[in-house]
Design a protein around this ligand. Structure first.
Ligand SMILES: *Cc1c(COP(=O)(O)O)cnc(C)c1O
Length: 373
């Protein structure tokens, strides 16, 4: 085995911490909850969580209870909130691990209470218009009623009330104002019923960047903390730098004549004599196959096309006459400092969003960390 990985995702934790600082400056009055679900958006849960706390993260947010327990196993002892649980979730372990959980309905609140040996800390989620998770309309009335009863019986502590935007990456979308209005009303209803939680929160990355009216007590920052804009067209003044660089080392280099088909199906045909380089990263690592024939990669400061189909373990780049040798580094995406494409470029090539480009990474990928303290 060579000591250098043949393919790796390099995660720059200095960059991650400075993104969090920039986001904190963008929401100065609010607590910060970096979101580290989905293995920290493909960046690796434990090292990213540690770096977040080093940068002063007040909270960490994850989707599932299993992710919250993984944070505890990794040694994190700070405030953690999770928000996605199907019936049968292990709320006992979460309460014992001092993880705060989210109730999205009166039914779910009952499950949380019946599963808890100690008094759980619960945040209430109101659905203000995403129509996904959370208590909607009359469900909210029932949840408020159930929470008031349980709290006055001393069976739980309601620590927060929150919701999630549907269209925050489109600042002018009328749903944003409407969701904020419904949220304010829902909080007032809760307060009138006798519960005034310490934390009210609504903002994701996009709202943190462009919608100060939604910052309230806490902001939940996901994609922006990894240096990726929630939407390529979103105008904001916050300096964000991509945290991840995905790269591999050329495993074979060959000179081929014009008119030769490349990779499965021969969908790409060389239009001149050229050099082809084989890079050991494929769809098993989460490199999106739908970017075949459209994505570009960075080599020696230039961008060159991916030639034909992305395979399970490898892809081929057409480097033209660039002097590339076996073992040279080929960068699929990164911050763009060396002229390489970004995750956003790959998203456009694959017809998806940059969130998917980074969170899909897995398989045999080795993560290498820079800036670990
Ligand atoms: C994923 C998620 C976030 C973070 O969203 P970004 O757009 O990545 O900032 C915030 N809140 C909830 C409930 C989420 O599920």
């Amino acid at each position: 085995m060579s000591r250098e990985p043949q393919a790796e995702a390099v995660i720059d934790l200095d960059t991650y911490r400075s993104n969090l600082e920039a986001l904190r400056a963008a929401a100065p009055g609010a607590l910060q909850m970096p979101v580290v679900k989905a293995d920290a958006y493909g960046h690796g849960l434990a090292p990213v969580a540690r770096a977040a706390r080093e940068a002063g993260a007040d909270w960490l947010g994850v989707a599932t209870g299993a992710e919250a327990l993984a944070l505890r196993e990794a040694g994190d002892t700070g405030p953690v909130l999770c928000w996605l649980a199907a019936p049968g979730a292990d709320f006992t372990s979460l309460a014992e691990a001092d993880v705060e959980v989210t109730a999205s309905s009166a039914e779910q609140l009952a499950e949380i209470l019946s599963g808890s040996t100690r008094r759980p800390k619960v945040q209430l989620k109101v659905d203000t218009g995403l129509l996904r998770n959370g208590a909607f309309g009359p469900q909210w009335d029932l949840l408020v009623e159930a929470a008031v009863q349980a709290q006055s019986a001393g069976r739980l502590e309601v620590t927060g009330v929150w919701s999630h935007f549907a269209c925050a990456d489109e600042p002018d979308h009328p749903a944003n104002d409407e969701q904020e209005r419904v949220f304010t009303e829902s909080v007032e209803q809760l307060e009138a019923a006798g519960i005034a939680p310490r934390l009210r929160h609504l903002a994701n990355s996009a709202a943190t960047l462009v919608r100060p009216s939604s910052h309230l007590d806490l902001v939940r920052v996901g994609i922006a903390s990894y240096g990726i804009s929630p939407d390529a067209g979103l105008q904001h003044g916050v300096a964000l730098q991509p945290v991840m660089t995905l790269r591999g080392r050329a495993v074979s280099v060959k000179r081929v004549p014009a008119g030769r088909g490349v990779s499965y199906g021969h969908t790409y045909v060389t239009d001149r004599e050229t050099t082809l380089v084989d890079v050991p990263l494929g769809y098993a690592e989460g490199v999106l196959r739908t970017a075949s024939g459209r994505a570009r990669v960075g080599v020696a400061g230039a961008q060159v096309p991916v030639a034909g189909r992305i395979c399970m373990d490898q892809l081929v780049a057409d480097v033209g006459d660039l002097p590339v040798a076996r073992g040279d580094v080929v960068t699929l995406f990164g911050p763009g400092d060396d002229g390489e494409p970004t995750a956003q470029d790959w998203a456009e090539a694959a017809g998806t969003i940059a969130y998917e480009v980074v969170t899909r990474l897995g398989g045999r990928i080795v993560r290498t960390y820079r800036g670990e303290r």
